[in-house]
Design a protein around this ligand. Structure first.
Ligand SMILES: Cc1cc2nc3c(=O)[nH]c(=O)nc-3n(C[C@H](O)[C@H](O)[C@H](O)COP(=O)(O)OP(=O)(O)OC[C@H]3O[C@@H](n4cnc5c(N)ncnc54)[C@H](O)[C@@H]3O)c2cc1C
Length: 234
């Protein structure tokens, strides 16, 4: 059986990793969930402690991570059930194996087990929204750089892939790194394949896309405020 805490935070006490759940290690996902919890929570806690963001930012921790772990727990129960040795379970196992011989189910399961298929519900929008940004090779004025390298400082990144100066984030410049860059080639996500290349993306310190730009700045100020606090005075 599996168990999960009903709430991932009670006032000043957040739960992460195995403190929040109990499940059989089958499938080997416990460590992955725990590290992912910590990375999701860490930058939010830092911003709230520094008073960059209001406390309600911490509510997004439960909203994002509880459902991901609940799904993993469901998977581990299904896998545990498939280990039974009675004839019916063996027949079910053969059927599941046949499905996993097909590309689509195999890709989905692999994306789910690795955590690369996660999509946080950040509202309607382009398929990148709420998903982990791919580790693209970018070309900048300072030479080539990979996206994940830009995240090493655990600070948000605004990636402008269009004309330099097209987007104005001056009032968040104390918190958000603005990078003008180009990317040659397609955008490919583990769970869903190729996606339309955006003009700009706002990336959270945990690597998840908080806003996707398509020529206009619509919704950008809201996304910046939601995730990285109110703007500095003009
Ligand atoms: C047999 C087995 C195989 C596994 N295989 C995999 C795998 O292949 N892949 C995978 O991703 N996961 C696997 N897991 C799961 C994985 O090990 C856990 O999900 C992961 O270690 C949880 O990390 P955690 O930091 O949340 O908790 P823990 O690793 O349990 O760390 C908690 C730490 O807190 C310490 N502690 C507890 N109470 C106190 C206290 N009062 N004061 C101070 N310190 C305290 C403990 O000593 C411990 O060091 C496996 C688990 C088992 C049991």
């Amino acid at each position: 059986m599996t168990r999960q805490a009903a709430a991932y935070r009670d006032r000043r006490v957040p739960l992460a990793g195995d403190a929040a759940l109990v499940h059989p290690p089958i499938g080997g996902q416990g460590l992955n969930i725990g590290v992912h919890d910590a990375v999701n929570l860490g930058w939010k806690l830092a911003q709230v402690v520094k008073r960059t963001s209001p406390e309600k930012l911490l509510d997004t921790y439960h909203a994002e991570r509880h459902s991901v772990a609940a799904r993993v727990l469901g998977n581990t129960m299904a896998r545990t059930a498939l280990r039974r040795t009675d004839d019916r379970t063996k027949a079910l196992g053969s059927t599941v194996s046949e499905f996993l011989g097909m590309d689509e189910p195999r890709m989905r399961l692999a994306a789910e087990m690795s955590g690369l298929g996660i999509r946080y519900d950040l509202g309607e929008g382009q398929s990148l929204l709420g998903r982990r940004i791919p580790d693209l090779e970018l070309i900048t004025a300072n030479g080539p750089v990979r996206v994940f390298t830009l995240l090493h400082d655990a600070r948000p990144v605004f990636l402008n892939l269009g004309e330099p100066g097209r987007f104005d984030i001056t009032r968040w410049a104390d918190r958000v790194q603005l990078i003008d860059a180009k990317h040659v080639g397609s955008w490919e996500l583990p769970a869903i394949g190729a996606v339309t290349a955006p003009t700009a993306v706002l990336v959270r310190p945990d690597g998840y896309v908080a806003w996707v730009g398509d020529q206009t700045q619509e919704g950008l100020a809201d996304a910046l405020t939601t995730w990285f606090g109110p703007p500095t005075a003009a």
